[in-house]
Write a protein that binds this ligand. Structure first.
Ligand code: UT7
Length: 329
Protein backbone atom coordinates (compact mmCIF):
# COMPACT_ATOMS: atom_id res chain seq x y z
CA UNK A 1 0.00 0.00 0.00
CA UNK A 2 1.38 3.41 -0.92
CA UNK A 3 1.74 6.09 1.73
CA UNK A 4 -0.96 8.73 1.99
CA UNK A 5 0.14 12.34 1.76
CA UNK A 6 -2.20 15.31 2.20
CA UNK A 7 -2.52 17.49 -0.89
CA UNK A 8 -4.28 20.76 -1.53
CA UNK A 9 -6.70 20.02 -4.37
CA UNK A 10 -8.75 23.22 -4.54
CA UNK A 11 -8.60 26.85 -3.49
CA UNK A 12 -11.23 29.56 -2.92
CA UNK A 13 -11.19 33.11 -1.63
CA UNK A 14 -13.19 36.18 -0.82
CA UNK A 15 -12.51 39.80 0.11
CA UNK A 16 -15.26 42.35 0.78
CA UNK A 17 -15.87 45.21 -1.66
CA UNK A 18 -15.13 48.23 0.53
CA UNK A 19 -11.57 49.50 -0.05
CA UNK A 20 -9.89 51.37 2.81
CA UNK A 21 -7.03 53.21 1.14
CA UNK A 22 -4.03 54.90 2.75
CA UNK A 23 -5.50 58.20 1.58
CA UNK A 24 -8.72 57.50 3.47
CA UNK A 25 -6.75 56.56 6.59
CA UNK A 26 -4.99 59.93 6.35
CA UNK A 27 -8.38 61.51 7.07
CA UNK A 28 -8.94 59.29 10.13
CA UNK A 29 -5.58 59.30 11.99
CA UNK A 30 -2.28 61.18 11.86
CA UNK A 31 -0.55 59.15 9.18
CA UNK A 32 0.42 59.36 5.53
CA UNK A 33 0.69 57.16 2.47
CA UNK A 34 4.48 57.50 2.30
CA UNK A 35 4.95 56.27 5.90
CA UNK A 36 2.57 53.33 5.51
CA UNK A 37 3.96 52.26 2.14
CA UNK A 38 7.63 52.48 3.09
CA UNK A 39 7.20 50.84 6.53
CA UNK A 40 4.74 48.09 5.58
CA UNK A 41 4.19 47.83 1.81
CA UNK A 42 0.42 48.29 2.30
CA UNK A 43 -1.59 50.56 -0.04
CA UNK A 44 -5.14 49.46 0.77
CA UNK A 45 -7.19 46.88 2.64
CA UNK A 46 -10.73 45.51 2.41
CA UNK A 47 -13.34 46.08 5.11
CA UNK A 48 -16.56 44.14 5.64
CA UNK A 49 -19.44 46.58 6.02
CA UNK A 50 -23.02 45.74 6.85
CA UNK A 51 -25.13 44.96 9.89
CA UNK A 52 -24.73 41.59 11.58
CA UNK A 53 -22.04 40.31 9.23
CA UNK A 54 -19.24 38.48 10.99
CA UNK A 55 -16.29 36.31 10.06
CA UNK A 56 -18.64 33.50 9.02
CA UNK A 57 -19.84 35.68 6.14
CA UNK A 58 -16.29 35.85 4.74
CA UNK A 59 -15.64 32.15 5.41
CA UNK A 60 -18.84 31.02 3.72
CA UNK A 61 -18.09 33.13 0.62
CA UNK A 62 -14.57 31.67 0.34
CA UNK A 63 -15.85 28.11 0.84
CA UNK A 64 -18.65 28.59 -1.69
CA UNK A 65 -16.12 29.88 -4.23
CA UNK A 66 -14.03 26.72 -3.74
CA UNK A 67 -17.05 24.39 -3.90
CA UNK A 68 -18.32 25.99 -7.12
CA UNK A 69 -14.91 25.98 -8.83
CA UNK A 70 -14.10 22.40 -7.88
CA UNK A 71 -17.70 21.29 -8.36
CA UNK A 72 -17.67 19.19 -5.20
CA UNK A 73 -20.65 17.87 -3.31
CA UNK A 74 -20.47 19.56 0.14
CA UNK A 75 -22.10 16.49 1.66
CA UNK A 76 -18.82 14.63 1.01
CA UNK A 77 -16.79 16.98 3.23
CA UNK A 78 -15.69 15.18 6.42
CA UNK A 79 -14.35 18.07 8.45
CA UNK A 80 -14.48 21.89 8.35
CA UNK A 81 -11.83 23.82 10.27
CA UNK A 82 -12.08 27.59 10.48
CA UNK A 83 -8.88 29.24 11.55
CA UNK A 84 -9.80 32.62 13.01
CA UNK A 85 -8.94 35.17 15.67
CA UNK A 86 -12.28 36.93 15.22
CA UNK A 87 -14.96 34.25 15.65
CA UNK A 88 -18.58 35.35 15.18
CA UNK A 89 -19.09 34.89 18.93
CA UNK A 90 -16.89 33.76 21.85
CA UNK A 91 -19.05 30.66 22.28
CA UNK A 92 -20.52 28.61 19.40
CA UNK A 93 -17.71 27.79 17.01
CA UNK A 94 -17.89 29.75 13.76
CA UNK A 95 -16.88 26.64 11.79
CA UNK A 96 -20.03 24.79 12.85
CA UNK A 97 -22.28 27.51 11.47
CA UNK A 98 -20.17 27.75 8.31
CA UNK A 99 -20.34 23.98 7.72
CA UNK A 100 -24.13 23.99 8.00
CA UNK A 101 -24.52 27.03 5.75
CA UNK A 102 -22.40 25.55 2.95
CA UNK A 103 -24.25 22.24 3.09
CA UNK A 104 -21.44 20.22 4.69
CA UNK A 105 -24.10 18.42 6.69
CA UNK A 106 -22.05 15.26 7.24
CA UNK A 107 -18.98 17.08 8.52
CA UNK A 108 -17.85 17.83 12.04
CA UNK A 109 -16.41 21.29 12.52
CA UNK A 110 -14.44 23.44 14.91
CA UNK A 111 -12.36 26.63 15.14
CA UNK A 112 -8.61 26.90 15.53
CA UNK A 113 -6.95 29.99 16.98
CA UNK A 114 -3.26 30.74 16.65
CA UNK A 115 -3.34 34.41 15.61
CA UNK A 116 -1.45 35.08 12.37
CA UNK A 117 -0.11 31.50 12.27
CA UNK A 118 -3.62 30.05 12.51
CA UNK A 119 -3.84 28.97 8.90
CA UNK A 120 -0.35 27.44 8.97
CA UNK A 121 -1.19 25.45 12.12
CA UNK A 122 -4.49 24.56 10.45
CA UNK A 123 -2.58 23.09 7.51
CA UNK A 124 -0.74 20.87 9.97
CA UNK A 125 -4.02 19.76 11.60
CA UNK A 126 -5.92 19.25 8.34
CA UNK A 127 -3.10 17.27 6.75
CA UNK A 128 -2.76 15.03 9.83
CA UNK A 129 -6.46 14.08 9.56
CA UNK A 130 -5.93 13.14 5.90
CA UNK A 131 -2.69 11.24 6.57
CA UNK A 132 -4.46 9.20 9.25
CA UNK A 133 -6.46 7.58 6.45
CA UNK A 134 -9.72 8.19 8.31
CA UNK A 135 -10.87 11.28 6.41
CA UNK A 136 -10.96 12.05 2.68
CA UNK A 137 -12.02 15.69 2.42
CA UNK A 138 -10.97 18.33 4.93
CA UNK A 139 -11.94 21.93 4.25
CA UNK A 140 -9.61 24.44 5.91
CA UNK A 141 -10.74 28.07 5.92
CA UNK A 142 -8.68 31.01 7.15
CA UNK A 143 -11.00 33.95 7.83
CA UNK A 144 -10.80 37.13 9.85
CA UNK A 145 -12.86 40.26 10.20
CA UNK A 146 -9.98 42.19 11.75
CA UNK A 147 -11.92 45.45 11.48
CA UNK A 148 -14.11 44.18 14.35
CA UNK A 149 -11.18 44.31 16.81
CA UNK A 150 -9.21 47.28 15.50
CA UNK A 151 -9.22 50.72 17.11
CA UNK A 152 -9.53 53.18 14.22
CA UNK A 153 -8.10 55.93 16.41
CA UNK A 154 -4.83 53.99 16.94
CA UNK A 155 -2.49 54.66 14.01
CA UNK A 156 -0.06 51.97 15.17
CA UNK A 157 -2.54 49.19 14.34
CA UNK A 158 -5.34 50.51 12.14
CA UNK A 159 -3.09 50.96 9.12
CA UNK A 160 -2.05 47.32 9.14
CA UNK A 161 -5.09 45.05 9.23
CA UNK A 162 -7.85 44.15 6.79
CA UNK A 163 -10.69 41.64 6.36
CA UNK A 164 -10.67 38.58 4.12
CA UNK A 165 -10.86 34.81 3.82
CA UNK A 166 -9.39 31.94 1.87
CA UNK A 167 -10.22 28.25 1.76
CA UNK A 168 -8.37 25.11 0.70
CA UNK A 169 -9.45 21.49 0.36
CA UNK A 170 -7.10 18.77 1.56
CA UNK A 171 -7.45 15.30 0.04
CA UNK A 172 -5.32 12.13 0.09
CA UNK A 173 -2.60 11.87 -2.54
CA UNK A 174 -0.80 8.67 -3.54
CA UNK A 175 1.94 10.24 -5.71
CA UNK A 176 3.85 11.79 -2.82
CA UNK A 177 2.49 15.29 -3.48
CA UNK A 178 1.14 17.66 -0.81
CA UNK A 179 2.60 18.32 2.63
CA UNK A 180 6.20 17.10 2.90
CA UNK A 181 7.37 18.55 6.19
CA UNK A 182 6.49 21.06 8.88
CA UNK A 183 8.36 22.95 11.58
CA UNK A 184 6.03 24.71 14.01
CA UNK A 185 7.05 26.79 17.01
CA UNK A 186 5.51 28.83 19.84
CA UNK A 187 6.69 30.97 22.76
CA UNK A 188 4.40 32.40 25.44
CA UNK A 189 6.67 35.40 25.90
CA UNK A 190 4.75 36.94 23.01
CA UNK A 191 1.46 37.60 24.70
CA UNK A 192 2.68 40.82 26.29
CA UNK A 193 3.49 42.32 22.91
CA UNK A 194 0.46 41.47 20.78
CA UNK A 195 -2.88 40.98 22.48
CA UNK A 196 -6.44 41.95 23.23
CA UNK A 197 -6.28 42.52 26.93
CA UNK A 198 -9.94 42.22 27.92
CA UNK A 199 -12.92 40.06 27.07
CA UNK A 200 -11.33 36.78 28.13
CA UNK A 201 -11.27 34.94 31.45
CA UNK A 202 -8.59 37.13 33.04
CA UNK A 203 -10.34 40.41 32.39
CA UNK A 204 -14.01 39.84 31.48
CA UNK A 205 -15.86 42.62 29.70
CA UNK A 206 -17.03 45.51 31.87
CA UNK A 207 -17.89 49.17 31.45
CA UNK A 208 -14.34 49.91 32.58
CA UNK A 209 -12.64 47.66 29.98
CA UNK A 210 -14.74 49.27 27.27
CA UNK A 211 -13.90 52.78 28.49
CA UNK A 212 -10.20 51.88 28.52
CA UNK A 213 -10.43 50.54 24.94
CA UNK A 214 -9.08 47.17 26.09
CA UNK A 215 -11.15 45.15 23.61
CA UNK A 216 -9.01 46.29 20.71
CA UNK A 217 -5.74 44.82 19.42
CA UNK A 218 -2.68 46.20 21.13
CA UNK A 219 0.68 45.68 19.44
CA UNK A 220 4.18 46.67 20.44
CA UNK A 221 5.13 46.79 16.78
CA UNK A 222 8.87 47.21 17.19
CA UNK A 223 9.25 44.18 19.47
CA UNK A 224 6.96 41.99 17.37
CA UNK A 225 8.87 43.06 14.28
CA UNK A 226 12.16 41.97 15.80
CA UNK A 227 10.84 38.51 16.72
CA UNK A 228 9.00 38.13 13.42
CA UNK A 229 12.03 38.89 11.27
CA UNK A 230 14.24 36.35 12.97
CA UNK A 231 11.46 33.80 13.62
CA UNK A 232 10.14 33.55 10.08
CA UNK A 233 13.60 33.51 8.53
CA UNK A 234 14.86 30.85 10.99
CA UNK A 235 12.05 28.37 10.33
CA UNK A 236 12.22 28.83 6.58
CA UNK A 237 15.95 28.22 6.59
CA UNK A 238 15.49 25.18 8.84
CA UNK A 239 12.83 23.55 6.66
CA UNK A 240 15.00 23.97 3.57
CA UNK A 241 18.04 22.54 5.32
CA UNK A 242 16.38 19.46 6.68
CA UNK A 243 14.77 18.66 3.32
CA UNK A 244 18.05 19.21 1.47
CA UNK A 245 16.58 22.06 -0.55
CA UNK A 246 18.34 25.17 -1.78
CA UNK A 247 16.71 28.32 -3.13
CA UNK A 248 17.01 26.78 -6.61
CA UNK A 249 14.56 24.04 -5.59
CA UNK A 250 11.97 26.43 -4.17
CA UNK A 251 9.36 27.61 -6.66
CA UNK A 252 7.28 29.88 -4.42
CA UNK A 253 7.47 31.47 -0.98
CA UNK A 254 3.99 31.80 0.55
CA UNK A 255 4.70 34.06 3.52
CA UNK A 256 2.32 35.66 6.00
CA UNK A 257 1.59 39.19 4.80
CA UNK A 258 2.21 41.29 7.92
CA UNK A 259 4.92 43.57 6.64
CA UNK A 260 6.72 43.57 3.28
CA UNK A 261 10.02 44.12 5.09
CA UNK A 262 9.57 40.92 7.14
CA UNK A 263 8.84 38.94 3.98
CA UNK A 264 11.88 40.42 2.22
CA UNK A 265 14.10 39.52 5.19
CA UNK A 266 12.89 35.90 5.04
CA UNK A 267 13.45 35.68 1.28
CA UNK A 268 16.87 37.21 1.64
CA UNK A 269 17.92 34.75 4.40
CA UNK A 270 17.16 31.77 2.12
CA UNK A 271 18.62 33.54 -0.92
CA UNK A 272 15.33 33.45 -2.81
CA UNK A 273 14.86 35.36 -6.06
CA UNK A 274 12.29 38.19 -5.90
CA UNK A 275 10.02 36.69 -8.57
CA UNK A 276 9.43 33.62 -6.40
CA UNK A 277 8.14 35.68 -3.47
CA UNK A 278 4.37 36.06 -3.68
CA UNK A 279 3.02 39.37 -2.44
CA UNK A 280 -0.49 40.78 -2.12
CA UNK A 281 -0.06 42.82 1.08
CA UNK A 282 -0.41 46.04 -0.95
CA UNK A 283 -4.04 45.08 -1.76
CA UNK A 284 -5.30 43.51 1.47
CA UNK A 285 -2.96 44.46 4.35
CA UNK A 286 -2.70 41.85 7.10
CA UNK A 287 -5.80 39.66 7.07
CA UNK A 288 -4.39 37.41 9.86
CA UNK A 289 -5.73 33.89 9.09
CA UNK A 290 -6.57 34.96 5.56
CA UNK A 291 -3.12 35.86 4.25
CA UNK A 292 -1.76 32.44 3.22
CA UNK A 293 -4.91 31.11 1.51
CA UNK A 294 -5.50 34.48 -0.19
CA UNK A 295 -2.02 34.19 -1.72
CA UNK A 296 -2.96 30.74 -3.04
CA UNK A 297 -6.25 32.21 -4.31
CA UNK A 298 -4.57 35.13 -6.11
CA UNK A 299 -1.67 33.15 -7.60
CA UNK A 300 -3.23 29.68 -8.14
CA UNK A 301 -2.76 29.89 -11.91
CA UNK A 302 1.02 30.23 -11.55
CA UNK A 303 1.46 26.90 -9.74
CA UNK A 304 2.37 23.72 -11.60
CA UNK A 305 2.09 20.13 -10.42
CA UNK A 306 5.20 19.23 -8.43
CA UNK A 307 6.14 22.84 -7.60
CA UNK A 308 7.83 23.27 -4.23
CA UNK A 309 5.98 25.78 -2.04
CA UNK A 310 7.44 27.03 1.25
CA UNK A 311 4.84 28.46 3.63
CA UNK A 312 5.97 30.64 6.53
CA UNK A 313 4.11 32.62 9.16
CA UNK A 314 4.64 34.53 12.39
CA UNK A 315 1.95 35.76 14.74
CA UNK A 316 0.72 36.65 18.19
CA UNK A 317 1.37 34.30 21.05
CA UNK A 318 4.04 34.06 19.72
CA UNK A 319 3.30 31.38 17.13
CA UNK A 320 5.34 30.73 14.02
CA UNK A 321 6.53 28.06 11.64
CA UNK A 322 7.07 26.80 8.14
CA UNK A 323 5.53 24.09 5.97
CA UNK A 324 6.98 22.52 2.83
CA UNK A 325 4.31 21.41 0.33
CA UNK A 326 4.45 20.01 -3.20
CA UNK A 327 1.66 21.42 -5.36
CA UNK A 328 -0.62 18.65 -6.63
CA UNK A 329 -2.34 20.00 -9.77
O1 UT7 B 1 1.00 39.67 11.89
C1 UT7 B 1 1.31 39.45 13.22
C2 UT7 B 1 2.67 39.89 13.57
N1 UT7 B 1 2.80 41.31 13.43
C3 UT7 B 1 3.86 41.81 12.76
O2 UT7 B 1 4.61 41.09 12.19
C4 UT7 B 1 4.03 43.31 12.77
C5 UT7 B 1 5.44 43.65 13.16
N2 UT7 B 1 5.68 45.08 13.27
C6 UT7 B 1 5.70 45.91 12.21
O3 UT7 B 1 5.41 45.52 11.10
C7 UT7 B 1 6.16 47.34 12.42
O4 UT7 B 1 6.72 47.47 13.70
C8 UT7 B 1 5.05 48.40 12.25
C9 UT7 B 1 4.64 48.50 10.80
C10 UT7 B 1 3.84 48.04 13.10
C11 UT7 B 1 5.57 49.77 12.68
O5 UT7 B 1 6.75 50.10 11.97
P1 UT7 B 1 8.09 50.57 12.71
O6 UT7 B 1 9.06 50.86 11.66
O7 UT7 B 1 8.43 49.50 13.71
O8 UT7 B 1 7.61 51.90 13.40
P2 UT7 B 1 7.65 52.30 14.95
O9 UT7 B 1 6.52 51.66 15.66
O10 UT7 B 1 9.02 52.11 15.47
O11 UT7 B 1 7.39 53.84 14.84
C12 UT7 B 1 8.34 54.73 14.24
C13 UT7 B 1 7.77 56.13 14.27
C14 UT7 B 1 7.29 56.56 15.66
O12 UT7 B 1 7.54 57.93 15.79
P3 UT7 B 1 8.81 58.43 16.62
O13 UT7 B 1 8.65 57.86 18.00
O14 UT7 B 1 10.01 57.88 15.90
O15 UT7 B 1 8.67 59.93 16.56
C15 UT7 B 1 5.81 56.34 15.59
O16 UT7 B 1 5.10 57.16 16.48
O17 UT7 B 1 6.63 56.22 13.40
C16 UT7 B 1 5.50 56.69 14.17
N3 UT7 B 1 4.30 56.02 13.66
C17 UT7 B 1 3.61 56.47 12.60
N4 UT7 B 1 3.78 57.52 11.81
C18 UT7 B 1 2.89 57.70 10.81
C19 UT7 B 1 3.73 54.89 14.11
N5 UT7 B 1 2.66 54.58 13.36
C20 UT7 B 1 2.56 55.55 12.42
C21 UT7 B 1 1.66 55.78 11.38
N6 UT7 B 1 1.87 56.85 10.58
N7 UT7 B 1 0.61 54.96 11.10
Amino acid sequence: MSTITAAITAVGGYVPDFVLTNELLETMVDTNDEWITSRTGIKERRILKGENLGTSYLAIKAAEDLIAKKNINPEEIDLVIVSTTTPDMPVAATAVYVATQIGAVNAFAYDLQAACSGFLYGMSTASAFIQSGKYKKVLLIGADKMSSIIDYTDRATCIIFGDGAGAVLFEPNYEGLGVQDEYLRSDGIGREFLKIEAGGSILPPSAETVAKRQHYVFQDGKTVYKYAVSGMADVSEKILERNNLTHHDVNWLIAHQANKRIIDATASRIGLEEEKVLINIHKYGNTTSGTLPLLLFDFEKKFKKGDNLIFAAFGGGFTWGSIYLKWAY
